[in-house]
Design a protein around this ligand. Structure first.
Ligand code: KG4
Ligand code: ZN
Length: 337
């Protein structure tokens, strides 16, 4: 079964063709990053306009790369939430038009479910259930993936998302948007230890996370140095910051593995590209004999192949949307439109 998949929730316009959920026939992306970099972050209005310009030719390109025609498409899947509302709407409207014109089913896909599904592409032999740590620009979640459309949220951030903190700190260090990757690169040139970061203790659910204290500590450190005219050892600061994020994520993930008894851990979302996090998780899962699924960097960030992968399983579960499908800026992972 061939699914035409559409993703436009942030600053990447993406269209893919995915066969039976795990085989990518094409995966086209038009990134707007260079444009938004001029403003230090995503400008929603510009993102929507660029999505509109890019989406039609990109869909044609996706069909061409896949070596198929419109008639070969069996269903259309689209990110309907969460994301920048004007941006998501462009993809949703395109997908509705495509489904109507082709007379094929329309399948709504939650963006974060898509991130989790990137693992089905990277690891075609991945079996469910498994535990998934989702770390993106706007989400930090520990999710028990019970089956393809049943998700139990075990822990979540109480404040900021991990990616948000990477981006904020990177921006203060004058790194280009999106800062996470640049901060990661700088961190690799140093070792942690010079700038000890605070560890936040939370009451309540031990699997919940908090990043705002860490973010504030890093911001204060940078501001104080600037006010005093002191030079900062930027790579060392980046190394300590990355270490601190990993120190929040790792113990909670290990506790969730113990709590659920799952023997497979998958990581998903843009922050899963972080080298410190990847290294720490590899080491610890190896020690514990847990299988670790770490998608390649190209599947960690936003793409449409992951939407096609999840779209296939949503389709099998009977999930459909009509021409009244709307886009939503926020939506719980376990809810359908
Ligand atoms: O999943 P994603 O592409 O978009 C959302 O759905 O939010 O995640 C983007 C986030 C940004 O905050 C970006 O800075 C971060 O992922 N990111 C990284 C790295 N690469 C991307 N954060 C830390 N280290 C990286 N190597
Ligand atoms: Zn994303």
């Amino acid at each position: 079964m061939k699914i035409l998949a559409v993703e436009s929730s942030c600053d990447e316009t993406a269209v893919a063709v995915v066969e039976d959920g795990r085989r990518v026939l094409s995966d086209e992306i038009a990134s707007q990053v260079a444009l938004h970099r001029l403003y230090g972050g995503v400008v929603p209005e510009i993102a929507s306009r660029k999505h509109m310009e890019a989406i039609y030719p990109l869909a044609d390109q996706a069909l061409q790369t896949a070596g198929i025609t419109r008639a070969d498409i069996d269903a259309v899947a689209v990110t309907f939430a969460p994301g920048l509302i004007g941006a998501v709407l462009v993809g949703v409207n395109f997908a509705k038009a495509a489904a109507l014109a082709l007379q094929k089913p329309l399948v709504p896909v939650h963006h974060i479910r898509g991130h989790i599904a990137a693992n089905y592409i990277a690891y075609p032999d991945l079996e469910l259930p498994f535990l998934c740590l989702v770390v993106s620009g706007s989400h930090s979640l520990l999710v028990d993936v019970v089956d393809y459309t049943t998700f139990r949220i075990l822990g979540t951030t109480r404040d900021d998302a991990a990616g948000e903190c990477f981006d904020k700190v990177a921006r203060l260090l004058d790194m280009p948007y999106p800062g996470g990757a640049a901060l990661d690169k700088a961190a690799q040139q140093s070792a942690p230890g010079k700038y000890p970061m605070p560890h936040t203790h939370l009451s309540g659910n031990p699997l919940d996370m908090s990043f705002s204290g860490l973010k504030t500590a890093a911001i204060n450190l940078i501001h104080h140095a600037q006010q005093k005219g002191e030079a900062l050892d930027v790579p060392a600061l980046c190394a300590d910051f990355s270490q601190a994020v990993s120190d929040i994520l790792l113990p909670r993930t290990l506790a969730a593995l113990e709590q659920t008894g799952r023997k497979t851990l998958a990581i998903a979302g843009g922050v899963a590209a972080n080298s410190k996090i990847r290294g720490d998780f590899l080491r610890e899962t190896e020690r514990l004999g847990v299988r670790l699924c770490l998608p390649p960097l190209s599947l960690c960030g936003d793409n449409a192949a992951m939407i096609g992968a999840q779209g296939y399983y949503e389709y099998l579960a009977g999930v459909r949307a009509g021409q009244d499908l709307n886009a939503y800026a926020t939506m719980p992972l376990d809810r359908l439109p």
